[in-house]
Write a protein that binds this ligand. Structure first.
Ligand code: C2E
Ligand code: MG
Ligand code: MG
Ligand code: MG
Length: 291
């Protein structure tokens, strides 16, 4: 048996291979078939406006229903898929499925954006943005309705591949959001040069906001930085009313977290959005392609 390693190197199967690694190999084999077997599903979690609490966007979060293991967390299988190049096929499925769902929402008169997490591997593929463009066209969506969430550490890679992807995103008018902000090492020069319009404060600084002076200082400085550079700032992982109040007072623009909603299936997200008292649907709403 030959197993493929991250950097494209090949190594022979080692009987001493740790139980952990063997376990991972099994999981990868199953993951390879997960798309064809229809085991992947997108859940959605709303981002809400901090002032009106209206839904502004829905972030797609991948769920894998494994027939024997049950639900496997993306925190486990996304890194695995990254190392095995499987994230290419999975990522393409996510992009198309997110656009399909968002196209349906648009047809219902809902105006929220759809946000998709894009991994480092995907950013380095030269067909990423053309694929997003094709999916948008297929489902009749405007690029401005689609947000690419890219983690700070990937955004800061500054390689030829990520450069090209960012240039194409800018040219196409896609929205770009820097995810998990505060956990990487941002160069302010690079940050300013990105086609991003949104920063997401990492959950790590939100979770102990009420208890920790440090967390409050960090959150406040990220929000200050975002304002100075003209980014919209979103806080992720908001679980309590107290965190919500603090973040609103600090000037956070949008909020996301269990306090508002857990990630939920597309049909539930749709019900949630349709139930909103809204200025966007109803008689005054024009169903143009360009909203
Ligand atoms: P992320 O993009 O930073 O997503 C936020 C994670 O925090 C999600 O975990 C979400 O379910 C969780 N979360 C949201 N609100 C709260 C809260 O109030 N409290 C707590 N404790 N957690 C909250 P999830 O769904 O397990 O996803 C984990 C990570 O996996 C994501 O982090 C993202 O990096 C990655 N991921 C998920 N779906 C995809 C995908 O389709 N493609 C790629 N490339 N990565 C994905
Ligand atoms: Mg995200
Ligand atoms: Mg995040
Ligand atoms: Mg995070």
């Amino acid at each position: 048996l030959v197993s493929r390693q991250g950097g494209g190197d090949y190594c022979l199967y080692d009987p001493q291979m740790s139980a952990d690694l063997r376990e991972q190999t099994l999981l990868v084999a199953d993951l390879r078939q997960a798309i064809d077997k229809g085991q992947l599903e997108l859940y959605f979690q709303p981002k809400v406006d901090a002032k009106t609490l209206h839904i502004t966007a829905a972030e797609a979060l991948l769920r894998w229903h494994h027939p024997e293991r049950g639900y496997v967390s993306p925190a486990v299988f996304i890194p695995l898929a990254e190392r095995n190049g499987l994230i290419g096929a999975i990522g393409n499925w996510v992009i198309d499925e997110a656009c399909r769902v968002a196209g349906h929402w648009r047809a219902l008169g809902l105006r929220m954006r759809v946000a998709v997490n894009i991994s480092g591997y995907q950013m380095r593929q030269d067909d990423l943005v053309p694929r997003i463009e094709a999916a948008l066209t297929r489902h009749q969506l405007q690029p401005a309705r689609f947000t690419c969430e890219i983690t700070e550490s990937v955004a800061m890679e500054d390689t030829k591949g990520t450069q090209r992807a960012f240039d194409q995103m800018r040219a196409m008018g896609l929205h770009v959001s820097i995810d998990d902000f505060g956990t990487g090492y941002s160069s302010l020069a690079t940050l300013r040069s990105l086609p991003a319009s949104e920063l997401k404060v990492d959950r790590a600084f939100v979770s102990d906001l009420a208890e920790s002076e440090d967390a409050r200082s960090i959150a406040a400085s990220i929000i200050g930085l975002a304002k100075a550079l003209n980014f919209k700032v979103v806080a992720e992982g908001v679980e309590t009313q107290q965190q919500c109040d603090l973040l609103m007072r600090m000037g956070c623009d949008e909020l996301q977290g269990y306090l508002f909603s857990r990630p939920i299936p597309a049909a539930e997200m749709e019900r949630l959005a349709l139930a909103e008292p809204s200025e966007h649907s109803g008689p005054g709403f024009s169903d143009s392609l360009f909203n």
